[in-house]
Write a protein of this length. Structure first.
Length: 160
């Protein structure tokens, strides 16, 4: 099974500040699954390092200096979806709270550290297209969902 993963969680230094955010537990998943690393912000044409961005209340994405980068975020999301389809990924593990990858919680657009419910641009597009997104703190939940789905499939309750 192929699973999309935020590249920074594998230690790739593609974050806005030029660092990665390697997550030790994630590499253990490579024994059981093929992890497909993606970085929507880089796929959208943004440089690394880059100024931090946040999603505004009107769903536009702005850098801290006010520059609108919505187009780059949307392009990056589309490229990630393209790979999800190419590799038949039904699950993704994405970096929590990122304006691209965040799942269920993001920053509120004020650059003050305040969080609100919501998804990042790539995360949202994946979910709308049937990819189940999990944050990096939800790996155990993801594994149990995959097991449940495999059980149901085996017993004829789910058709892929
Ligand atoms: Fe990581 Fe996603 Fe940000 Fe790329 S866009 S650095 S993969 S959180």
């Amino acid at each position: 099974m192929n699973i999309l993963v935020s590249a920074c969680l594998l230690g790739v230094e593609c974050r806005y500040d030029g660092t990665g955010k390697e997550m030790v537990g994630l590499k253990a998943l490579m024994k059981e699954y093929h992890l497909i690393p993606v970085c929507p912000e880089v796929f959208g044409g943004l440089p690394t390092p880059r100024m931090p961005s946040e999603i505004q209340p009107n769903r536009r994405v702005q850098m801290k200096d006010g520059k609108d980068v919505t187009q780059q975020y949307e392009k990056g999301a589309r490229e990630v979806l393209k790979l999800a389809r190419l590799y038949d990924c039904r699950y993704a593990i994405l970096k929590e709270r990122s304006p691209s990858c965040g799942h269920e919680e993001i920053y509120d657009g004020s650059f003050t550290g305040r969080k609100i419910p919501g998804n990042g641009i790539a995360s949202e597009l994946l979910e709308k297209n049937g990819v189940k997104v999990f944050g990096e703190s939800q790996i155990e939940l993801l594994k149990s969902r995959i097991e449940e789905e495999a059980y149901e499939y085996k017993h004829g309750r789910v058709t892929k």
